[in-house]
Design a protein around this ligand. Structure first.
Ligand code: ATP
Ligand code: MG
Length: 342
């Protein structure tokens, strides 16, 4: 394994930090929102990809085995889509205690009021039915996410749109830290993709593990086909020859994203709007397009899945490398706060 030199020491490459919660297999939303950009940028940027198991525990602490068993699954998804472990370090969050230490220092720089106002946290508290009994760990996860990002002194964070409030919170912490203690932390920026919030198969705004409206990167040909055939389309369309609506129709959003023949998609949309093609035919086409896209991903996944020990070694190596970087940041942070005595 040959990692390139750290740019902080030689000023070469800028850094990327991004990650996922190991709460289930990754889906098409993850791919379009973030994974695709990670693969494209992994050579240009020094890349760290965090499997955020500590964050996943903030709302799954009663089911720790759900989190730990998904660490390997998420790693397989990364390798399957083309994350190259020789380029990008895949880091397991719980094995980098420096992140937890940074979180403690940052907690002083954030108010409870500000955390309660975070629109993503607000939605998630509602979705999880926490109400007033929201655990402190969950309410404060944006602070620990600021620690994730800054531990690696990341310049760029490729994420879906739901993460923008987290990047804003991180930027606020960085600005406050730097103004109080001196220029120490890199101010990160979010990088949004062309599909920053892919809708679910049920037509809901966001494809999400917690909402059960996903097509997983690891789904079989049959499962993909069955999920597509059950997809939400245009509810106002009763007969195949009724004029259909393309806008807000996730079948066409997925075709726009995955069909490599945009002219054919444009023609299909026209025929749909004229009532000349039925939902079933469009869905058959989508199932084929998605299965073609997923075939090489499935093959690579199956190959790595045969050697889980090898995958765990990749995680261990990536985590060791990530820890070195996080430790350097923690040293600088402690020096800045003047809590470094020897
Ligand atoms: P959970 O429901 O457990 O929060 P999730 O499906 O929201 O799971 P995360 O692990 O929280 O997935 O998100 C990982 C990354 O993928 C984030 O950058 C997030 O913005 C992005 N992402 C998740 N779902 C989508 C989506 N539907 N469209 C675009 N990006 C997405
Ligand atoms: Mg999420």
């Amino acid at each position: 394994m040959c990692f390139r030199a750290h740019p902080a020491s030689n000023g070469m490459r800028k850094r990327i930090l991004t990650g996922d919660r190991p709460t289930g297999p990754l889906h098409l939303g993850h791919y379009l929102g973030s994974l695709k950009q990670r693969v494209e940028l992994q050579k240009e940027y020094e890349t760290y990809i965090l499997i955020a198991d500590v964050q996943a525990l903030t709302d799954n602490f009663e089911e720790p085995e759900k989190v730990s068993k998904n660490v390997l699954e998420v790693a397989l998804d990364y390798l399957a889509v083309g994350i190259d472990p020789d380029e990008a370090a895949i880091v397991v969050q719980s094995a980098v205690p420096e992140i937890a230490e940074l979180t403690v220092f940052y907690l002083n720089l954030v108010t409870v009021g500000r955390l309660r106002q975070n629109p993503t946290v607000k939605t998630e508290i509602k979705e999880r039915g926490f109400g007033e009994s929201v655990p402190v760990g969950f309410l404060a996860y944006p602070v620990s996410q600021a620690a994730d990002i800054t531990a690696f002194q990341a310049h760029l964070v490729p994420v879906g749109v739901d993460q923008l409030p987290m990047i804003e919170q991180t930027r606020d912490i960085v600005k406050k830290f730097n103004s109080l203690y001196g220029e120490t932390l890199v101010l990160p920026e979010a990088l949004l993709s062309k599909y920053p919030r892919l809708p679910g198969t049920d037509g809901k705004e966001k494809m999400s593990k917690s909402l059960g409206n996903v097509i997983n990167l690891s789904d079989s040909v049959e499962v993909v086909r069955a999920k597509v055939m059950r997809m939400y389309t245009d509810p106002s369309r009763i007969h195949a020859n009724d004029p259909g609506h393309v806008k807000g129709n996730p079948v066409f959003t997925y075709l726009d994203a995955f069909d490599s023949y945009p002219r054919d998609v444009a023609e299909l949309k026209m025929r749909y709007e004229e009532g000349k093609v039925g939902d079933v035919a469009v869905k058959e086409h989508l199932a084929e397009v998605l299965n073609n896209f997923l075939t090489p991903i499935r093959t690579r996944r199956a190959e790595y899945a045969k050697s889980p020990k090898k995958v765990m070694k990749i995680l261990k190596d990536g985590t060791d490398r990530g820890r070195d970087t996080a430790a350097a940041t923690l040293r600088a942070v402690k020096e800045a706060i003047k809590v470094k005595y020897w």
